[in-house]
Design a protein around this ligand. Structure first.
Ligand code: CA
Ligand code: CA
Ligand code: CA
Length: 280
C-alpha cells in the first residue's frame, strides 16, 4: 500500500512535471520585422484651374491629394510643395511672379493607409499668366518620399489703381489754362497694360459747361504731344505699363490740364474722367 502510494505519488509527480513542461511552451518569444514601405501619391488636384487672380491682392489656391502608405496613413509625417511657372524650373528661387515654395503642407487625419495632404499658396496679383506646375512631395517616418505633380494655368489679369480719386485743377482764370496735374496709374494685374481714357463735360448748372475737349492729357509732364479728351474712349496704345514685381508696384503718370473758355461764369465745375485698363 505504501509502495503503491509512493509509485502513485511518483506517477503523479511525473505527470505534474510533464504538465508543467507543456505549459512552459506559452513563454516562447515571437518576432517579425515589418519593413518600411515608401508612401504613394496620385497626381494632385487644384482648387481652381485656370486661376483668376485678385487685382492688387493675393489669391489663395490649394493643391491637394490623398497620399497613402502601406505602413498606415499615420506613417506619412510631412509634405511640401512647389508651384512654379513654366518659364522657371522647380529648383529655382522663389519669386512672386513665377515661383512659390510651401515648406510645410497641412496633413489631414489618417484613415487606414490614407492621409489627405493640402498645400495652399497665396499668389501675388502679378503672378505670371502662363502655364504652371504644382508638385507635392510627401515623406514618411522613415524618410521615404513620393512626389507627383499637376499642371495648371493662371489667366491674364488686367487692372489698374489710381494714385488719387480726384484731379484738382485749382483756380483758373477764364481764357487761360490750369497748371498741369498728375494722375499716377499703377498696374494691378499680371500683364503689361494700356489705358483707355474718356471724360465728361465739367458742369456747374445752370452755367454752360466746360466742354470735355477742353481737357488735355499727355504722357509728358510738359504736356508735349497733348491730346484733347473726348466722351468716346480712346486707347493709349503706347502706355505699355509692365506688371509689378517683388520690388514694388509698376506705375506711370498721365498729365492733365484744362483750358477754361473765355466767358465761363465763376464757380466750381465738376466732371468725370474715366481711365480703364486694357490689355497692351
Ligand atoms: Ca512607410
Ligand atoms: Ca504676364
Ligand atoms: Ca501697348
Amino acid at each position: 500500500m505504501l509502495l503503491k502510494n509512493i509509485i502513485l505519488s511518483g506517477l503523479i509527480f511525473v505527470c505534474l512535471v510533464m504538465f508543467a513542461g507543456i505549459s512552459f511552451a506559452d513563454g516562447a518569444d515571437s518576432n517579425v520585422t515589418v519593413n518600411n514601405q515608401p508612401p504613394g501619391l496620385p497626381a494632385p488636384s487644384l482648387s481652381e484651374n485656370p486661376v483668376n487672380l485678385v487685382p492688387s491682392g493675393t489669391k489663395t489656391i490649394w493643391c491637394y491629394a490623398t497620399a497613402s502608405d502601406p505602413n498606415g496613413g499615420a506613417d506619412i509625417t510631412s509634405a511640401s510643395a512647389v508651384f512654379w511657372a513654366n518659364t522657371t524650373t522647380m529648383g529655382d528661387p522663389d519669386n512672386g511672379a513665377n515661383h512659390y515654395t510651401v515648406a510645410s503642407c497641412s496633413l489631414g487625419t489618417a484613415s487606414g493607409n490614407d492621409r489627405p495632404v493640402n498645400c495652399s499658396v497665396n499668389l501675388q496679383y502679378y503672378a505670371n499668366n502662363t502655364g504652371w506646375t504644382c508638385n507635392i512631395t510627401v515623406q514618411d517616418s522613415g524618410a521615404l518620399t513620393a512626389s507627383n505633380w499637376q499642371p495648371f494655368n493662371i489667366n491674364p489679369s488686367i487692372a489698374l489703381s489710381l494714385g488719387s480719386p480726384l484731379i484738382e485743377f485749382g483756380s483758373v482764370m477764364p481764357g487761360s489754362t490750369s497748371g498741369t496735374q498728375n494722375e499716377v496709374i499703377a498696374n494691378r494685374g499680371n500683364d503689361p497694360m494700356d489705358v483707355q481714357v474718356s471724360g465728361t463735360n465739367m458742369v456747374k448748372p445752370p452755367s454752360p459747361p466746360i466742354p470735355v475737349n477742353k481737357i488735355d492729357w499727355s504722357l509728358d509732364p510738359g504736356m508735349s504731344g497733348k491730346s484733347a479728351l473726348s466722351g468716346s474712349p480712346y486707347t493709349i496704345t503706347t502706355f505699355d505699363l509692365v506688371e509689378a514685381t517683388d520690388g514694388g508696384p509698376s506705375t506711370k503718370s498721365i498729365y492733365w490740364a484744362v483750358n477754361v473758355p473765355t466767358g465761363t461764369p465763376f464757380g466750381t465745375y465738376t466732371g468725370t474722367i474715366t481711365i480703364t485698363a486694357q490689355s497692351s
